[in-house]
Design a protein around this ligand. Structure first.
Ligand SMILES: NC(=O)c1ccc[n+]([C@@H]2O[C@H](COP(=O)([O-])OP(=O)(O)OC[C@H]3O[C@@H](n4cnc5c(N)ncnc54)[C@H](OP(=O)(O)O)[C@@H]3O)[C@@H](O)[C@H]2O)c1
Length: 342
Protein backbone atom coordinates (compact mmCIF):
# COMPACT_ATOMS: atom_id res chain seq x y z
CA UNK A 1 0.00 0.00 0.00
CA UNK A 2 1.42 3.45 -0.84
CA UNK A 3 2.58 5.76 1.93
CA UNK A 4 -0.33 8.18 1.50
CA UNK A 5 -2.82 5.34 2.04
CA UNK A 6 -1.31 4.40 5.38
CA UNK A 7 -1.23 7.99 6.52
CA UNK A 8 -4.89 8.49 5.73
CA UNK A 9 -5.89 5.16 7.27
CA UNK A 10 -4.29 6.29 10.50
CA UNK A 11 -6.35 9.41 10.23
CA UNK A 12 -9.61 7.41 10.06
CA UNK A 13 -8.57 6.05 13.43
CA UNK A 14 -8.15 2.53 12.07
CA UNK A 15 -5.90 0.55 9.80
CA UNK A 16 -7.48 -0.92 6.66
CA UNK A 17 -9.34 -4.10 7.48
CA UNK A 18 -8.86 -7.55 6.02
CA UNK A 19 -11.79 -9.45 4.58
CA UNK A 20 -11.68 -12.82 6.35
CA UNK A 21 -10.98 -15.77 4.05
CA UNK A 22 -9.54 -13.56 1.29
CA UNK A 23 -6.39 -11.63 0.44
CA UNK A 24 -8.36 -8.38 0.21
CA UNK A 25 -7.72 -5.42 2.56
CA UNK A 26 -9.94 -2.36 2.38
CA UNK A 27 -10.04 1.16 3.81
CA UNK A 28 -12.92 1.84 6.20
CA UNK A 29 -14.21 4.62 3.95
CA UNK A 30 -14.93 3.61 0.35
CA UNK A 31 -15.84 5.76 -2.62
CA UNK A 32 -19.30 5.01 -4.07
CA UNK A 33 -19.66 5.82 -7.77
CA UNK A 34 -23.39 5.49 -8.37
CA UNK A 35 -23.83 9.22 -9.04
CA UNK A 36 -20.97 9.13 -11.56
CA UNK A 37 -23.18 6.98 -13.79
CA UNK A 38 -25.51 9.96 -14.14
CA UNK A 39 -28.74 7.93 -14.25
CA UNK A 40 -30.99 8.87 -11.31
CA UNK A 41 -28.51 11.61 -10.36
CA UNK A 42 -29.29 14.26 -12.99
CA UNK A 43 -26.36 13.52 -15.33
CA UNK A 44 -22.63 12.98 -15.12
CA UNK A 45 -19.31 14.70 -15.86
CA UNK A 46 -16.69 12.18 -16.90
CA UNK A 47 -13.51 14.15 -16.30
CA UNK A 48 -14.76 15.35 -12.90
CA UNK A 49 -15.62 11.75 -12.01
CA UNK A 50 -12.21 10.43 -13.05
CA UNK A 51 -10.59 13.18 -10.97
CA UNK A 52 -12.73 12.19 -7.98
CA UNK A 53 -11.67 8.54 -8.15
CA UNK A 54 -8.03 9.52 -8.40
CA UNK A 55 -8.42 11.98 -5.51
CA UNK A 56 -9.91 9.20 -3.39
CA UNK A 57 -6.97 6.90 -4.07
CA UNK A 58 -4.55 9.71 -3.45
CA UNK A 59 -6.13 10.24 -0.02
CA UNK A 60 -5.81 6.58 0.94
CA UNK A 61 -9.32 5.39 0.09
CA UNK A 62 -8.44 2.15 -1.68
CA UNK A 63 -11.95 0.74 -2.18
CA UNK A 64 -14.02 1.88 -5.17
CA UNK A 65 -17.61 0.60 -5.35
CA UNK A 66 -19.51 0.53 -8.64
CA UNK A 67 -22.14 -1.54 -10.47
CA UNK A 68 -23.13 -2.21 -14.09
CA UNK A 69 -26.53 -0.62 -13.51
CA UNK A 70 -25.03 2.73 -12.44
CA UNK A 71 -25.61 4.65 -15.65
CA UNK A 72 -26.05 1.35 -17.54
CA UNK A 73 -22.32 0.74 -17.81
CA UNK A 74 -21.15 4.36 -17.52
CA UNK A 75 -19.93 4.19 -13.91
CA UNK A 76 -17.91 1.01 -14.51
CA UNK A 77 -16.42 2.56 -17.66
CA UNK A 78 -15.38 5.63 -15.69
CA UNK A 79 -13.82 3.52 -12.93
CA UNK A 80 -11.89 1.53 -15.56
CA UNK A 81 -10.64 4.71 -17.18
CA UNK A 82 -9.62 6.29 -13.86
CA UNK A 83 -7.65 3.27 -12.67
CA UNK A 84 -5.99 2.22 -15.91
CA UNK A 85 -2.27 2.93 -16.20
CA UNK A 86 -1.92 4.81 -12.92
CA UNK A 87 0.36 3.85 -10.05
CA UNK A 88 -2.41 4.28 -7.46
CA UNK A 89 -4.91 2.45 -9.68
CA UNK A 90 -2.86 -0.71 -9.31
CA UNK A 91 -3.51 -0.67 -5.56
CA UNK A 92 -7.24 -0.03 -5.87
CA UNK A 93 -9.75 -2.63 -4.74
CA UNK A 94 -12.64 -2.82 -7.18
CA UNK A 95 -16.06 -3.73 -5.84
CA UNK A 96 -18.82 -4.23 -8.39
CA UNK A 97 -22.10 -6.10 -8.67
CA UNK A 98 -24.21 -8.42 -10.78
CA UNK A 99 -27.83 -9.42 -11.14
CA UNK A 100 -29.75 -6.42 -12.43
CA UNK A 101 -30.82 -5.99 -16.04
CA UNK A 102 -32.24 -2.93 -17.71
CA UNK A 103 -34.77 -2.60 -20.50
CA UNK A 104 -35.94 0.78 -21.82
CA UNK A 105 -34.73 2.53 -18.69
CA UNK A 106 -36.45 0.14 -16.26
CA UNK A 107 -34.29 -2.01 -14.00
CA UNK A 108 -35.23 -5.60 -13.13
CA UNK A 109 -33.72 -8.16 -10.78
CA UNK A 110 -32.11 -10.99 -12.73
CA UNK A 111 -29.70 -13.22 -10.82
CA UNK A 112 -29.87 -16.33 -13.00
CA UNK A 113 -26.56 -18.17 -13.46
CA UNK A 114 -26.73 -17.40 -17.21
CA UNK A 115 -27.06 -13.68 -16.53
CA UNK A 116 -24.18 -13.77 -14.03
CA UNK A 117 -21.85 -15.53 -16.49
CA UNK A 118 -22.72 -13.01 -19.19
CA UNK A 119 -22.39 -9.94 -16.94
CA UNK A 120 -18.98 -10.78 -15.52
CA UNK A 121 -17.34 -10.53 -18.92
CA UNK A 122 -19.05 -7.22 -19.67
CA UNK A 123 -17.91 -5.81 -16.30
CA UNK A 124 -14.33 -7.00 -16.77
CA UNK A 125 -14.28 -5.32 -20.17
CA UNK A 126 -15.70 -2.02 -18.91
CA UNK A 127 -13.38 -2.05 -15.88
CA UNK A 128 -10.37 -2.84 -18.13
CA UNK A 129 -9.20 -5.66 -15.92
CA UNK A 130 -9.10 -9.45 -15.74
CA UNK A 131 -10.01 -9.65 -12.05
CA UNK A 132 -12.71 -8.19 -9.80
CA UNK A 133 -11.72 -7.99 -6.14
CA UNK A 134 -15.22 -8.07 -4.66
CA UNK A 135 -18.28 -9.18 -6.64
CA UNK A 136 -21.74 -8.70 -5.11
CA UNK A 137 -25.13 -10.04 -6.06
CA UNK A 138 -26.85 -6.64 -6.23
CA UNK A 139 -30.35 -7.77 -5.13
CA UNK A 140 -31.89 -11.16 -4.32
CA UNK A 141 -34.01 -12.30 -7.26
CA UNK A 142 -37.27 -13.91 -6.06
CA UNK A 143 -37.57 -15.80 -9.36
CA UNK A 144 -34.24 -17.63 -8.95
CA UNK A 145 -33.46 -20.05 -6.09
CA UNK A 146 -30.68 -18.46 -4.04
CA UNK A 147 -28.69 -21.70 -4.25
CA UNK A 148 -28.47 -21.33 -8.05
CA UNK A 149 -27.23 -17.75 -7.79
CA UNK A 150 -24.73 -18.79 -5.11
CA UNK A 151 -23.50 -21.67 -7.28
CA UNK A 152 -22.65 -19.30 -10.13
CA UNK A 153 -20.82 -16.94 -7.77
CA UNK A 154 -18.87 -19.85 -6.36
CA UNK A 155 -17.82 -20.92 -9.86
CA UNK A 156 -16.45 -17.43 -10.57
CA UNK A 157 -14.60 -17.45 -7.25
CA UNK A 158 -13.07 -20.86 -7.92
CA UNK A 159 -12.07 -19.75 -11.41
CA UNK A 160 -10.19 -16.83 -9.82
CA UNK A 161 -12.16 -14.22 -11.74
CA UNK A 162 -13.28 -12.69 -8.44
CA UNK A 163 -11.41 -12.37 -5.14
CA UNK A 164 -14.33 -12.17 -2.71
CA UNK A 165 -18.06 -12.86 -2.83
CA UNK A 166 -20.59 -10.32 -1.63
CA UNK A 167 -24.34 -9.95 -1.54
CA UNK A 168 -26.34 -6.76 -1.22
CA UNK A 169 -29.81 -6.14 0.18
CA UNK A 170 -30.05 -9.73 1.51
CA UNK A 171 -31.85 -10.80 4.69
CA UNK A 172 -30.37 -13.18 7.25
CA UNK A 173 -32.48 -16.05 5.88
CA UNK A 174 -31.23 -15.35 2.37
CA UNK A 175 -27.60 -15.23 3.52
CA UNK A 176 -28.08 -18.54 5.35
CA UNK A 177 -29.24 -20.22 2.15
CA UNK A 178 -26.45 -18.62 0.12
CA UNK A 179 -23.75 -19.75 2.56
CA UNK A 180 -24.77 -23.38 2.26
CA UNK A 181 -23.51 -23.28 -1.35
CA UNK A 182 -20.78 -20.62 -1.51
CA UNK A 183 -18.50 -18.68 0.81
CA UNK A 184 -19.87 -15.25 1.67
CA UNK A 185 -17.31 -12.58 2.51
CA UNK A 186 -19.20 -9.28 2.33
CA UNK A 187 -22.71 -7.93 2.83
CA UNK A 188 -23.59 -4.53 1.36
CA UNK A 189 -26.75 -3.24 3.11
CA UNK A 190 -28.21 0.26 3.41
CA UNK A 191 -26.94 1.91 6.58
CA UNK A 192 -26.73 5.44 7.88
CA UNK A 193 -28.05 7.48 10.82
CA UNK A 194 -31.52 7.56 9.25
CA UNK A 195 -31.68 3.99 7.89
CA UNK A 196 -30.93 1.47 10.63
CA UNK A 197 -33.02 -1.64 10.01
CA UNK A 198 -29.93 -3.88 9.88
CA UNK A 199 -29.12 -3.26 13.54
CA UNK A 200 -31.67 -5.77 14.84
CA UNK A 201 -30.59 -8.98 13.10
CA UNK A 202 -28.35 -8.44 10.10
CA UNK A 203 -25.38 -6.70 11.73
CA UNK A 204 -25.18 -9.19 14.63
CA UNK A 205 -25.42 -12.09 12.16
CA UNK A 206 -22.59 -10.70 10.01
CA UNK A 207 -20.42 -10.11 13.08
CA UNK A 208 -21.04 -13.64 14.32
CA UNK A 209 -20.09 -15.16 10.97
CA UNK A 210 -17.09 -13.00 10.01
CA UNK A 211 -18.94 -11.30 7.14
CA UNK A 212 -17.58 -7.83 6.46
CA UNK A 213 -20.24 -5.11 6.07
CA UNK A 214 -20.14 -2.25 3.56
CA UNK A 215 -22.88 0.20 4.64
CA UNK A 216 -24.22 2.06 1.62
CA UNK A 217 -25.72 5.55 1.53
CA UNK A 218 -23.46 6.82 4.32
CA UNK A 219 -24.73 10.36 3.75
CA UNK A 220 -28.33 9.29 3.07
CA UNK A 221 -28.05 10.56 -0.50
CA UNK A 222 -26.55 13.84 0.66
CA UNK A 223 -29.09 14.58 3.40
CA UNK A 224 -26.41 14.07 6.05
CA UNK A 225 -23.86 16.22 4.21
CA UNK A 226 -25.29 19.39 5.74
CA UNK A 227 -25.66 20.94 2.25
CA UNK A 228 -29.40 20.40 1.89
CA UNK A 229 -31.89 23.21 2.44
CA UNK A 230 -35.69 23.32 2.19
CA UNK A 231 -35.36 24.99 -1.23
CA UNK A 232 -32.49 22.87 -2.66
CA UNK A 233 -33.31 22.05 -6.28
CA UNK A 234 -32.47 18.68 -7.86
CA UNK A 235 -32.16 18.51 -11.65
CA UNK A 236 -33.50 16.12 -14.27
CA UNK A 237 -33.91 12.52 -13.13
CA UNK A 238 -32.23 13.09 -9.74
CA UNK A 239 -33.69 10.42 -7.42
CA UNK A 240 -34.05 12.91 -4.63
CA UNK A 241 -37.06 14.32 -6.52
CA UNK A 242 -38.75 10.99 -5.63
CA UNK A 243 -37.03 10.04 -2.39
CA UNK A 244 -39.76 10.20 0.30
CA UNK A 245 -37.31 11.69 2.81
CA UNK A 246 -36.89 14.74 0.60
CA UNK A 247 -40.63 15.46 0.25
CA UNK A 248 -42.44 17.99 2.45
CA UNK A 249 -43.69 17.91 5.12
CA UNK A 250 -41.38 15.00 6.15
CA UNK A 251 -38.29 16.66 4.66
CA UNK A 252 -38.47 19.38 7.34
CA UNK A 253 -38.12 16.73 10.06
CA UNK A 254 -34.95 15.32 8.51
CA UNK A 255 -33.51 18.81 8.01
CA UNK A 256 -34.25 19.63 11.66
CA UNK A 257 -32.41 16.47 12.73
CA UNK A 258 -29.42 17.39 10.56
CA UNK A 259 -29.33 20.87 12.06
CA UNK A 260 -29.29 19.57 15.63
CA UNK A 261 -26.68 16.92 14.81
CA UNK A 262 -24.55 19.59 13.17
CA UNK A 263 -24.77 21.73 16.30
CA UNK A 264 -23.79 18.78 18.46
CA UNK A 265 -20.84 17.93 16.18
CA UNK A 266 -19.71 21.52 16.33
CA UNK A 267 -20.15 22.08 20.07
CA UNK A 268 -18.66 18.80 21.28
CA UNK A 269 -16.10 17.86 18.63
CA UNK A 270 -15.43 20.93 16.50
CA UNK A 271 -16.67 18.89 13.53
CA UNK A 272 -19.70 19.05 11.22
CA UNK A 273 -22.64 16.73 10.69
CA UNK A 274 -20.99 15.09 7.65
CA UNK A 275 -18.09 13.95 9.85
CA UNK A 276 -20.37 12.87 12.67
CA UNK A 277 -22.56 10.79 10.34
CA UNK A 278 -19.66 8.69 9.08
CA UNK A 279 -17.87 8.52 12.44
CA UNK A 280 -21.15 7.24 13.92
CA UNK A 281 -21.39 4.42 11.33
CA UNK A 282 -17.87 3.22 12.01
CA UNK A 283 -18.34 3.42 15.79
CA UNK A 284 -21.61 1.48 15.53
CA UNK A 285 -19.57 -1.41 14.14
CA UNK A 286 -20.14 -1.30 10.40
CA UNK A 287 -16.89 -2.40 8.71
CA UNK A 288 -16.86 0.12 5.85
CA UNK A 289 -18.81 3.30 5.08
CA UNK A 290 -19.66 3.74 1.38
CA UNK A 291 -19.42 7.48 0.70
CA UNK A 292 -20.90 8.61 -2.60
CA UNK A 293 -19.14 11.44 -4.38
CA UNK A 294 -18.57 12.86 -7.85
CA UNK A 295 -16.42 15.95 -7.22
CA UNK A 296 -12.87 15.75 -5.80
CA UNK A 297 -13.56 18.45 -3.21
CA UNK A 298 -16.40 16.35 -1.71
CA UNK A 299 -13.74 13.98 -0.35
CA UNK A 300 -11.97 16.64 1.70
CA UNK A 301 -14.52 15.99 4.43
CA UNK A 302 -13.28 12.39 4.84
CA UNK A 303 -10.35 13.88 6.76
CA UNK A 304 -12.70 14.98 9.55
CA UNK A 305 -13.80 11.41 10.27
CA UNK A 306 -10.61 10.20 11.89
CA UNK A 307 -8.93 10.86 15.23
CA UNK A 308 -12.00 10.89 17.48
CA UNK A 309 -14.74 8.58 18.71
CA UNK A 310 -18.42 8.66 19.64
CA UNK A 311 -18.85 6.82 22.90
CA UNK A 312 -22.03 5.02 23.97
CA UNK A 313 -23.31 8.07 25.87
CA UNK A 314 -22.90 10.32 22.86
CA UNK A 315 -24.56 7.78 20.59
CA UNK A 316 -27.51 7.64 23.00
CA UNK A 317 -27.72 11.43 22.81
CA UNK A 318 -27.78 11.19 19.02
CA UNK A 319 -30.61 8.66 19.25
CA UNK A 320 -32.59 11.12 21.38
CA UNK A 321 -32.13 13.85 18.79
CA UNK A 322 -33.38 11.50 16.08
CA UNK A 323 -36.46 10.42 18.01
CA UNK A 324 -37.33 14.01 18.98
CA UNK A 325 -37.05 15.37 15.44
CA UNK A 326 -38.11 12.55 13.10
CA UNK A 327 -41.63 11.56 14.04
CA UNK A 328 -42.56 10.15 10.64
CA UNK A 329 -39.52 8.13 9.50
CA UNK A 330 -39.33 6.32 6.19
CA UNK A 331 -36.80 3.83 4.85
CA UNK A 332 -34.89 3.41 1.57
CA UNK A 333 -37.37 0.89 0.08
CA UNK A 334 -38.22 3.21 -2.82
CA UNK A 335 -34.86 2.27 -4.38
CA UNK A 336 -35.70 -1.44 -4.81
CA UNK A 337 -35.67 -2.50 -8.47
CA UNK A 338 -38.68 -4.08 -10.14
CA UNK A 339 -39.32 -7.79 -10.31
CA UNK A 340 -39.47 -9.49 -13.73
CA UNK A 341 -42.86 -10.91 -14.63
CA UNK A 342 -41.18 -14.22 -15.60
N1 LIG B 1 -25.95 -2.03 -3.14
C1 LIG B 1 -26.91 -1.16 -3.34
O1 LIG B 1 -28.08 -1.51 -3.58
C2 LIG B 1 -26.57 0.31 -3.25
C3 LIG B 1 -27.60 1.28 -3.22
C4 LIG B 1 -27.23 2.61 -3.10
C5 LIG B 1 -25.89 2.96 -3.03
N2 LIG B 1 -24.92 2.02 -3.09
C6 LIG B 1 -23.48 2.36 -3.05
O2 LIG B 1 -23.24 3.23 -1.97
C7 LIG B 1 -22.64 4.44 -2.46
C8 LIG B 1 -23.01 5.62 -1.58
O3 LIG B 1 -24.40 5.83 -1.59
P1 LIG B 1 -25.07 7.03 -2.38
O4 LIG B 1 -24.19 7.38 -3.53
O5 LIG B 1 -26.47 6.65 -2.57
O6 LIG B 1 -25.12 8.21 -1.43
P2 LIG B 1 -24.51 8.91 -0.16
O7 LIG B 1 -23.13 8.52 0.13
O8 LIG B 1 -25.51 8.75 0.89
O9 LIG B 1 -24.57 10.41 -0.66
C9 LIG B 1 -23.87 10.79 -1.81
C10 LIG B 1 -24.17 12.22 -2.16
O10 LIG B 1 -23.89 13.06 -1.06
C11 LIG B 1 -23.42 14.30 -1.53
N3 LIG B 1 -22.09 14.57 -0.94
C12 LIG B 1 -21.02 13.73 -0.87
N4 LIG B 1 -19.98 14.36 -0.27
C13 LIG B 1 -20.39 15.61 0.00
C14 LIG B 1 -19.77 16.74 0.59
N5 LIG B 1 -18.51 16.71 1.02
N6 LIG B 1 -20.50 17.86 0.75
C15 LIG B 1 -21.80 17.92 0.33
N7 LIG B 1 -22.44 16.87 -0.27
C16 LIG B 1 -21.74 15.75 -0.41
C17 LIG B 1 -23.32 14.22 -3.02
O11 LIG B 1 -24.50 14.71 -3.63
P3 LIG B 1 -24.37 15.81 -4.80
O12 LIG B 1 -23.24 15.33 -5.68
O13 LIG B 1 -25.67 15.82 -5.46
O14 LIG B 1 -24.06 17.08 -4.08
C18 LIG B 1 -23.23 12.73 -3.25
O15 LIG B 1 -23.63 12.33 -4.53
C19 LIG B 1 -23.15 4.50 -3.92
O16 LIG B 1 -22.40 5.40 -4.72
C20 LIG B 1 -23.00 3.07 -4.30
O17 LIG B 1 -21.66 2.76 -4.58
C21 LIG B 1 -25.26 0.70 -3.18
Amino acid sequence: MPQSSNAHAQEFGTQPIGIPGTQVRVSRIALGTWAMGGWMWGGTDESESVATIRAALDQGINLIDTAPVYGFGVSEEIVGKALEGTQLGRHAIISTKVGLEWRNGTVYKNATPARIMQEIDASLRRLRTDHIDIYHVHWPDPLVPIEETAGAMRTLYEQGKIGAIGVSNFSVAQMERFRKVAPLHVLQPPYNLFERDIEAEILPYCRAHGIVTFGYGALCRGLLSGRMRADTVFDGDDLRRLDPKFQPPRYAQYLAAVERLDQLAHDRFNRRVIHLAVRWMLDQGISVALWGGRHPDQLQATHGVGGWRLDAGMRARIDRILSETITDPVGPEFMAPAQRSS
